[in-house]
Ligand binder design. Structure first.
Ligand code: PRP
Ligand code: URA
Length: 209
């Protein structure tokens, strides 16, 4: 699949299995989402541009590489996407964080936007949208549309569990958006929950059900 990056590192896949386990507590679920997000940040930022810089080691002067010019904005889709922010900030501490609030209407399954606060210089940043679940794709599709309307140009998405149908929906509207994910699951059930999935990510993160 074009512009889809399946991250199948053994450490990440092991943690995903723990996330899927319905007996994993909210406390452990939060910690695992945090750890997986930190590991994924390594892959998502692989294309950040570098420049050559002078550096003096204790032995001699030499050239080194340093990050150049492209700052990062992490934009979680609330609520569940917020669980992925801390882990990413561990690796990218200077990133700014925006928030987009979107929930799925339980009857129609259509995304409803309720909040948006983004860094003012979003157009000049690599924007990494985070949301653990990419089910029908409506929430991520709309989040990217909002970001583009606010001037964002370079946008990547980071999810934990995705479906082919959800990815296709996002790419129908935003074909250039790279999606980094840990699993592409079988599909959706009659309530549009991912199968086998991991349940309601927001509820499991925040202990609301
Ligand atoms: C979940 C999830 C995604 C969305 C995915 O959010 O975190 O944002 O559903 O579904 P979709 O691909 O079909 O749009 P939810 O609506 O449960 O809100 P929450 O994060 O506040 O719990
Ligand atoms: N949102 C979730 O939290 N889980 C799913 O399986 C689908 C949407």
């Amino acid at each position: 699949m074009k512009n889809v990056f399946l991250i199948n590192h053994p450490l990440i896949q092991h943690k995903l299995t723990m996330l899927r386990d319905k007996n994993t507590s909210s406390k452990d679920f939060r910690a695992l989402v945090n750890e997986v997000s930190m590991l994924m940040a390594y892959e998502v930022t692989r294309s950040l541009p570098l420049e050559e810089v002078d550096v003096e080691t204790p032995i001699c002067k030499t050239k080194g590489k340093a990050l150049h010019g492209l700052d990062v904005a992490i934009v979680p889709i609330m609520r569940a996407g917020m669980g992925m922010v801390e882990g990413m900030l561990t690796l990218i501490p200077n990133a700014k964080v925006g928030h987009i609030g979107i929930y799925r209407n339980e009857e129609t399954i259509q995304p409803v936007e309720y909040y948006c606060k983004l860094p003012t210089d979003i157009a000049n940043r690599l924007v990494i949208v985070t949301d653990p679940m990419l089910a029908t794709g409506g929430s991520l599709r709309d989040a990217i549309t909002i970001l583009k309307k606010r001037g964002a140009v370079q946008i990547k998405a980071m999810t934990l569990v995705s479906t082919e149908i959800g990815i296709a929906e996002v790419h129908r509207h935003h074909p250039e958006t790279e999606i980094f994910t840990v699993s592409i699951d079988e599909g959706l059930n009659e309530k549009s929950y991912i199968v086998p999935g991991l349940g309601d990510a927001g509820d499991r993160l925040f202990g609301t059900k």
